[in-house]
Design a protein. Structure first.
Length: 578
């Protein structure tokens, strides 16, 4: 900043005097970073210099008047102290300890004490009304190519207004700060690392009674929390408690920004206990339980993220459930906002995935399964992603217990599965096929019921027409279904089903290797019955088995061995005599 000078022989104006003092202080702060001796002492000196500079930068006097006697005396004292401190810095850098290190340490303590006296004296001058903020020096915003020192000076000027100004000036200063924070990470570093109490001041302003100040402070904290390396500074400054109180009492934008900050600060389980200890669990559940009526979708999404982050701590998860998490999340399953609906589904599944008590509680009293089934209804107009999430969650809640599977069958779940196998989009169909395979593993009742409903015919159709992924999933599901004796009998009664599978085993036709292996496994199961063996022998595509057996495919060779009938034995005699 260009230094203003009065004509020679005249006293300097208040503006030039204050700027000169600020220049000297800033110069010493910059050079102090090079000092390696007595780091604790120099950190304290630097801290006091920055606070003093903020107050000096904010000072202003009425136009046309010179420096008041009180301020003039203070500026002279500050200049003298800074000069002494600079001499001490030079001695520390040169490791010139004339008089001994103890004497140098004592001299540093004297400088620290004098700086503290200057700060108190300046506060007294402000309190007396001698200094006015109404005509405070206003620095222009640095350009894109500004130096680091220029950027630092601008931030210090902003913080000076936040410390000493009234509500309007503070709100304006915070708005200016948010603008530069959101545009350039260098400003974030200056606030978080180079301002002695920058983060602490922002945290204190979160509890301002002025909604505008609280909103802007929440925005600044949210921006800083976006950088993982600076989250520790926010935690050290005690940001969690004030952020939770903003969630409770702030206006809409302030709550959204506080939610964003807490979401970032609780990543990797950091600050989880702090959120819980400050009453955050109940506050966040209240936001979720209110649904979209009283809270914005952005706020609800952030609240869900925070709850999910802190639920990784077992004790907090149990407390969360006791405080009504299941009911609050079940309500969100009916949200019209896709992102919130999916978040709620996935979070419920996460809560229950490794906790049988949570799973039973959700099934018994939470209305969770009913809400998940609603998402699957074709008439619900829910998105494909929501339906995929719902199918995964139903697996988590219901597939581990025979009783739960039985209740699920009674609720019409299998009809919904069949609908999506037939008509679903590719992603939903894939999820439905995985559910079929999972049910085959856990429930004989479900296998038989799916066989009765016609799943096997639909799966064979998918094997013929689906993409590679769908064919593999259909083959796995079919393999599971034919493992039930009743289903095998149904399958071989259809004169075309076995031939369709054998046709798909053409060694010359490109097919997914995994799908072929699964189909061979299904055929191997079919050979356990006489009718199954007879149906295979009667097929016009039995030669595909011969070709696979010649290629030494294990399951193909096993199938051929189990087949009965002299006609087939004669046809394949060459294989087994070798």
């Amino acid at each position: 900043m260009k230094e203003m000078k009065e004509e020679e022989g005249e006293a300097p104006t208040s503006l030039s005097a204050l700027r000169e003092a600020s220049r000297l202080v800033n110069s010493l702060v910059a050079s102090s970073y090079a000092v390696r001796s007595f780091p604790v002492k120099w950190h304290s000196i630097r801290d006091k210099l920055e606070k003093l500079d903020s107050s000096l930068t904010s000072a202003g006097t009425d136009a046309g008047h010179g420096v008041s006697s009180e301020l003039g005396e203070l500026l002279d004292s500050v200049t003298a102290t800074v000069s002494d401190a600079r001499s001490l810095a030079d001695r520390c850098c040169d490791e010139c300890y004339s008089g001994g290190k103890l004497q140098l340490r004592s001299d540093l303590d004297v400088v620290i004490s004098r700086l503290g006296l200057h700060m108190r004296r300046l506060d007294e001058i402000y309190a007396s009304g001698t200094l006015s903020h109404s005509r405070a020096i206003i620095l222009s915003r640095p350009g894109a190519t500004a130096s680091r020192d220029h950027m630092r000076l601008y931030v210090k000027d902003i913080f000076a207004r936040m410390r000493i100004g009234g509500s309007e000036l503070r709100a304006q200063a915070l708005a200016a700060l948010n603008q530069v924070l959101s545009e350039d990470e260098k400003y974030v570093r200056i606030v978080a690392c180079e301002m002695a109490d920058g983060v602490s001041l922002l945290v204190s302003l979160l509890e301002s009674g002025d909604p505008g100040i609280q909103e802007e402070a929440s925005g600044a904290v949210a921006v800083i929390s976006g950088f993982e390396s600076y989250r520790g500074a926010l935690a050290t400054a005690g940001a969690v408690g004030p952020l939770i109180r903003v969630l409770e009492t702030g206006n809409g934008p302030a709550k959204e920004r506080a939610g964003q900050a807490l979401k970032r600060m609780t990543a990797n389980c950091d600050n989880s206990w702090s959120v819980s200890a400050q009453g955050g669990v109940c506050t966040l559940l209240k936001i979720c339980g209110g649904g979209g009526g009283s809270s914005s979708k952005e706020l609800i999404a952030s609240a869900l993220s925070v709850l999910r982050n802190i639920s990784r701590v077992g004790e907090i998860k149990r407390f969360m459930v006791e405080e009504g998490a299941i009911a609050a999340l079940a309500k969100l399953l009916w949200s019209k906002e896709e992102a919130i609906q999916i978040q709620a589904v996935d979070f419920l599944a996460t809560l229950a995935s490794e906790d049988e008590s949570v799973k039973q509680r959700a099934v018994r009293e939470g209305g969770v399964v009913e809400s998940l089934l609603h998402i699957l209804q074709p008439s619900s107009h829910c998105s494909s992603k929501a339906r995929e999430a719902a199918l995964r969650a139903i697996d988590t809640f219901c597939f581990a217990s025979a009783g739960s599977v039985s209740d699920l069958i009674g609720s019409g779940f299998l009809d919904l599965l069949l609908f999506f196998v037939r008509n679903g989009e590719a992603s939903v169909r894939g999820s439905a096929l995985r559910s079929v395979s999972r049910l085959c593993l856990v429930s004989e009742e479900a296998k038989k019921a799916m066989g009765d409903l016609g799943f096997m015919q639909e799966l064979v159709s998918l094997l013929e027409a689906g993409c590679f992924e769908a064919r593999e999933a259909a083959a796995e599901a079919l393999c599971g279904l034919v493992s039930a004796h009743r289903n095998r009998r149904k399958f071989v009664q259809d004169e075309h089903s076995v031939s369709r599978i054998l046709r798909l085993l053409d060694p010359e036709e490109e097919k997914p290797v995994a799908a072929k292996k699964l189909l061979l496994s299904a055929l191997l199961v079919l050979t356990e019955s006489h009718s199954g063996r007879r149906r295979i022998v009667a097929s016009g595509y039995v030669k595909n088995l011969e070709k696979l057996a010649e290629k030494d495919v294990t399951d193909a060779k096993k199938i051929v061995k189990k087949l009965s009938g002299s006609r087939l034995r004669n046809m394949l005699n060459g294989i087994w005599s070798s």
